[in-house]
Design a protein around this ligand. Structure first.
Ligand code: CTP
Length: 407
């Protein structure tokens, strides 16, 4: 029935065949679309499967999940659903028309057919569909031709103005697929880049995360820099300063979840004239993420010393850098240390552990310390003494306190 699916691994193939038959039984037309079609044509195994249904995808997804199992997530507002299995997921979208009332904001959506759905898409290479029942390819914008030529091309000239995040997507595809930008598409990027100012911080963040998670992420960012787009995403950085091996550590050692944040810090650390410019990044940051960026700025002097080849920081300083910080800070520090990483591994591990103090605040009050800020100051000084190895027991701590109070 469906030669197209034979490119896929056995499990995906089986699920798609069952999906096609069920849709047909229920009188729905269902299509493979977008990146899934593109990747299959390029002979790459797609990570996820995108399907468009002419009709209400939510209703169909509920029935499909009862037949095939998996975990169903629905997005009622957008009439979309996802079924997740441990090794892949299936995205089901109701075929739709999109109308942009103003540039840069989200479009108004209404139900449509597969042609409407392909028309609303970003690039010709992503605007193809395969009818799941007979494997027939729909390619109204010449996607196959552009795949062969290795070109990223928009479908119409307002595409980037309507959705400026597509500029970032273009750079991502160019870097990933090693494609070129079609000439008039490039001209439209030049005209539309200012519209990125109006894009919400959460959409910018999402696109940056996707770029950071690509193997060729740095290449995509360099393309954006060449197009004059980077200041809208990462104000104040100059990627020219980054050396070739910069990404190696990120691609090998860092999990996807934290990669973008550490990469962001590393890029600003290595290339920004003013480290403070990192606070100009508009990414809808969580408190933890803000804490990381502020940590970078607040510890600049100590971090600079840490990277100097002839200096070895004390454990006390390492503890100060790491204590009570999110785990991303530790990963960033390991990147920053580079060759000196081995020198600090043990200390870094220990520095994150909480120090058990031999005296409590109550003990201090009993020893005559007046209530107030002095209690906290003394406890923190005591912690430093322990980290320096000068105090290791309660008796030593009491003696130290006595001397401090006398002075
Ligand atoms: N799309 C679009 N405009 C956007 C985002 C997405 O037209 N701003 C369309 C494209 O047709 C794209 C599809 O929606 O192929 C699915 O989006 P996404 O999952 O982000 O892209 P994929 O191509 O599936 O995946 P990837 O980018 O990771 O290859």
């Amino acid at each position: 029935m469906l030669d197209f699916c034979n490119h896929l691994d056995e499990n995906k193939n089986r699920i798609l065949k069952q999906t096609a038959l069920l849709a047909d039984d229920l009188g729905y037309k269902i299509y493979l679309v977008g990146g899934t079609v593109r990747d299959i044509i390029l002979n790459k195994e797609p990570l996820d499967i995108d399907l468009v249904l002419e009709g209400n995808a939510l209703e169909f997804a509920r029935i499909l999940q009862r037949c095939l199992g998996g975990e169903l997530k629905t997005h009622e507002q957008f009439l979309t659903a996802t079924i997740n299995w441990p090794d892949f997921s299936l995205d089901l979208i109701s075929a739709r028309k999109e109308i942009y009332k103003s540039y840069g904001s989200l479009p108004e959506i209404s139900l449509g057919n597969i042609t409407d759905d392909l028309k609303r898409r970003d690039f010709t290479i992503n605007a193809m569909a395969v009818y799941l029942m007979d494997g027939k390819l729909l390619d109204p914008f010449g996607g196959i031709d552009d795949l062969k030529k290795g070109l990223v091309r928009i479908l119409h000239k307002n595409s980037f103005k309507e959705d400026p995040t597509r500029i970032l997507r273009a750079a991502r595809y160019l870097a990933r697929l090693k494609f070129k930008l079609e000439k008039s598409t490039y001209k439209e990027i030049k005209k539309a880049k200012v519209y990125l100012t109006d894009v919400s911080s959460s959409r910018k963040k999402n696109e940056f995360i996707k770029i950071a998670n690509e193997k060729g992420g740095l290449k995509a960012l360099k393309l954006l820099e060449g197009w004059g787009v980077l200041p809208y995403i990462l104000p104040g950085v100059k990627l020219k300063k980054i050396n070739k091996s910069f990404m190696d550590y990120f691609n090998v050692n860092i999990g996807l979840k934290e990669k973008w944040l550490i990469l962001l810090m590393a890029i600003y650390w290595q290339t920004a004239d003013q480290l403070q410019d990192i606070l100009k990044v508009r990414f809808d940051l969580t408190n933890k993420e803000k804490q990381c960026l502020e940590w970078l700025i607040n510890n600049k002097a100590l971090l600079l010393r840490l990277t100097k080849s002839d200096i070895k920081l004390s454990f006390l300083n390492i503890h100060r850098l790491l204590y009570n910080t999110p785990p991303e800070i530790e990963v960033f520090l390991l990147w920053l240390l580079g060759e000196k990483r081995k020198l600090y591994l043990k200390e870094i591990k220990m520095a994150r552990q909480q120090i058990k103090l031999p005296l409590s605040g109550k003990d201090l009050l009993e020893q005559g310390v007046p209530p107030g800020p002095m209690v906290g100051e003394l406890l923190s000084a005591l912690e430093d003494q322990i980290l320096l190895g000068k105090i290791s027991s309660r008796d030593e701590a009491l003696k130290w306190l006595e001397t401090r109070l006398e002075n």
